[in-house]
Design a protein around this ligand. Sequence first.
Ligand SMILES: *Cc1c(COP(=O)(O)O)cnc(C)c1O
Length: 426
Amino acid sequence: MAILEKINSSHFINLEDQYGAHNYHPLPVVLTKGEGVYVWDVEGKKYYDFLSAYSAVNQGHCHPKIVNALIEQAQKLTLTSRAFYNDKLGDYEKYITGLFGFDKILPMNTGAEAVETAIKLCRKWAYERKGIDEHDAVIVVCDNNFHGRTTTIISFSNDENARKNFGPYTDGFVKIPYDDVDSLQALFENNDNIAGFLVEPIQGEAGVYVPAKDYLAKVKALCNKHNVLFIADEVQTGIARTGSLLAVCGDCSCEHACEQQQTYAKPDILILGKAVSGGVYPVSAVLADDEIMQVIKPGQHGSTFGGNPLAAAVATAALEVIEDEHLIQNARKLGELFRSKMQEYIQKSTIVSLVRGKGLLNAIVINDSEDSSTAWDICMKLAENGLLAKPTHGNIIRFAPPLVMTETQLLDCVSIITKTLQEFEK
Ligand SMILES: *Cc1c(COP(=O)(O)O)cnc(C)c1O
C-alpha cells in the first residue's frame, strides 16, 4: 500500500517535471483538496496550510460563500471585456472604494499587473500634474523589495535570481534602504524629479521585515511635503493578514479603512491582489482618488480580463467574508498568541534565533547560514508532521495560515512546529 501511494504522488511530480517549466522548486507534496485551514494530498494525508498560497487564501480554502459566488456568476456571465458595461462591475467598484476610502478603482488581475498600473499612473500624474519633464520621472523603491515578475518590476529588484540575464532593464527607479526615513528625506531634498515612493508596508518575500512603528506615518508626511505619491503595495499584507484591514492602518482594527484613525497612513495609491479574491480567481486592484486616477483616459491602459463580472462577484464575496467572520480581530489575536508561544520556545532553542511578524504574517529565522539546507529540511519534516510551510530566502521560514483558523487549531500547529524544531536542536 505504502509503495502504491507514493507512486501516486510521484506520477504528478514527474508530469510537472517533464512538461512544465522549472521556474519553481516546490516541496514534494501533491495537493488535491482544500477546506478552510486544511489541504489534502493525493495519498489522503491532511495538512495545515501555513503558506495560504502566499497570503491569497486568507479566507480559507474553498470558502463556500466565495465558491458559490463564483458558480452563480459563472452560470450567468463571465467575460464581456470592457468594450461594454456589465451589471456586476459598478457595484463592486462602489463597494471596494467605500471599504478602502478612495474615489476610484482600476481593476486588474494579478499583483504584478496592479503594480505596473500603479507605476504608469504615477508617471503620468508626474508629467501631467506635478510638471516633471517627460522621461525624467523617478520612482523610489526599497532594497530587497518584491513587487512581482514583469520586466519593469524585476528591473528594480536586487535579487540576482529574479534579475540576472533578463535585461536590458527599465530606467527611472532609485533604491534606498527599507525602514530608513533619513535616506528617503535626503533623496527628496536633492531631486525634484521624484514622482512616487513604492513600498511594501511589511516586506513579505524578503522575510517578513516589519519596519519601525512610525515608519509609514513618517513616509506619508515626507511624501506629502514633497508632492510625491505614496504608493503602498499591499498585495501580500492587505485584506486582514496583518491584523488590520491593511498594514497601513497601523493598530486600527476597523472593518474599513478609517481616516479618523491616527495610525492610518493612507497611501495616495493602494495596490491590492492575492486575497482580494480569497484565492479563488486572479483579481487585483489599484485604488486612488480622482486627481490621480483621472489622468488615465480611455485607451491609455487596460486589460481584457480586468473588471470582468466573474472577478467582481468573487472579490465582493471575498471581501465580505473578512467582515462577516471578523478575520481582522482573529488574525490579530492569533498572531499575538503565535509569537508569544514561539518566543517561549526560542528562549531554550539553539536552532531558532528569532520570530517576527504582525497579525498572522510571521517568520522564524533559523540559526544557520543562508545557503544551508536547514530551513528546507525543517519544512520537509514539518510536512511529514502535517504542516506545510516554505522557506523564503534561505534560512527564514514564513508562517502565514488562513485567517479562519481557531485558537485550538493554532495551538495544535504550535505543537507540531515546536515538536519538529526539537528534532533539529543540537
Ligand atoms: C505576490 C506579490 C506581488 C505579485 O503578485 P502576483 O499576483 O504574483 O503577480 C506583488 N507585490 C507583493 C508585495 C507580493 O507579495
